[in-house]
Ligand binder design. Structure first.
Ligand SMILES: Cc1cc2nc3c(=O)[nH]c(=O)nc-3n(C[C@H](O)[C@H](O)[C@H](O)COP(=O)(O)O)c2cc1C
Length: 369
């Protein structure tokens, strides 16, 4: 596994499900990562947790991510991932959610570099594949120790470090600090992979070059625009029409159907995911490079970008509608439609039934996390 010159799909709880990863592969993604799995639950053979370690045959370069605080659990869970074909195992060292913090995992490990070093060394010794660590800049603005954390990870044998350029307390309220990411990259011998606010191919190019990171990782950019991977390879934007986007979403619903099966139970399970994804898909805006290169520098935070909303087609307005009830209906029609033409006809009927609310489509809501 080479961690240099790569564009990684970030580990994304719920979003990084297997059908979504297949969708990204179809649109040029090569290196995927699974959703975070609790190591202690994997050790207990929890079926839902083991499912998070599963990869598709088409995923030839797949990293499993685990949350752990004990070496024994981390090694056993990592071995389960390796048995299922993981090319490497990543330790989560940045998750800010309460349940993880309470269990002294995730971002808590940022505050315990010595403990983290022992954990990483244990994983390196016990696993047959490379071990990586995904970190944030620190616990809070006053407690930024990512340089030290990255150093101890390298010394403990980690083969790469992913750096999300925000602190645990910042969540998504600040733009990712790419100077700090670049600083860490310059201090390390192992590859440092930069992550945060990469929404377009030109931001990827600029951030990558300017920060000197070995590779980059994308989270919400992929959730909004699964075809961003091809844009990065081709160094040019694909600005799909509303119908072309509907086609991508329909293809995703087909992949969900293949995964969960084409029956009532499969439909029910799909409806736990597809409306959730539409909440990201609806944030798509064509930030074409001619118009946006300069303002992307001023507004790296996605929630502060506002392209013009005038003259949009009805289908376009529907796909931008942020209402949950609309997402639920679009998900249903995607599942029911045999092809994109049928999906378009149903979507237009839906738009007539639930006209997009004035102003509602203008917002790019703050993302999760
Ligand atoms: C819905 C969602 C789920 C996430 N789940 C995980 C996770 O399971 N493990 C992890 O390390 N980071 C997780 N993250 C953080 C991302 O991997 C990434 O570090 C963060 O979103 C910053 O990248 P971005 O600005 O490209 O989105 C999640 C982020 C989002 C939006």
């Amino acid at each position: 596994m080479d961690f240099r010159n790569r564009v990684f799909l970030a580990p994304l709880t719920k979003g990084g499900n297997l059908p979504f990863r297949r969708l990204c592969l179809k649109h040029g993604c090569v290196v995927t990562m699974g959703e975070m799995a609790y190591a202690y639950q994997v050790v207990k053979k929890s079926r839902s947790e083991l499912a998070l370690l599963r990869k598709h045959d088409d995923e030839t370069c797949f990293g499993a991510q685990i949350a752990a605080m004990r070496i024994d659990d981390a090694v056993k869970a990592g071995a389960e991932a390796v048995d299922r074909g993981a090319s490497w195992v990543d330790l989560n060292c940045g998750c800010p959610i309460h349940d993880i913090i309470k269990r002294r995992m995730g971002a808590t490990l940022l505050r315990k570099p010595r403990k983290l070093a022992r954990l990483v060394a244990g994983m390196v010794e016990g696993l047959s594949v490379p071990v990586t660590v995904k970190i944030r800049l620190g616990w809070s603005e006053d407690e930024q120790n990512a340089s030290e954390v990255a150093r101890v990870c390298e010394e403990a044998g980690a083969q790469a470090v992913f750096v999300h350029g925000r602190t645990k307390d910042q969540r998504y309220s600040r733009a990712a600090d790419w100077d700090a990411i670049g600083q860490i990259a310059s201090e390390r011998t192992i590859p440092v992979i930069g992550n945060g606010d990469l929404l377009t191919w030109y931001e990827v190019k600029d951030r990558w070059q300017q920060s000197g990171v070995a590779s980059v990782m994308l989270g919400r950019g992929a959730l909004i625009k699964p075809w961003i991977f091809r844009e990065i390879t081709e160094q040019k934007a694909w600005e799909p029409t509303a119908k072309e986007r509907l086609g991508v979403y329909h293809d995703f619903s087909v992949k969900l159907k293949e995964h969960f099966r084409d029956d009532e139970k499969g439909r029910e399970r799909t409806m736990r995911f597809l409306p959730w994804h539409l909440d990201f898909f609806c944030r798509y805006r064509p930030f074409s490079d001619e118009k946006w290169v300069a303002s992307a520098k001023e507004h790296p935070l996605m929630q502060t970008r506002m392209p013009s909303e005038e003259g949009l087609s009805l289908l376009e307005q529907l796909l931008r509608d942020p209402r949950k009830e609309v997402h639920a209906r679009i998900a249903e029609l995607l599942w029911d439609a045999a092809d994109v033409d049928e999906a378009e006809a149903s979507a237009l009927a839906l738009a007539a039934e639930m006209p997009p609310e004035a102003g509602a489509a203008g917002e790019i809501a703050t993302a999760h996390g």
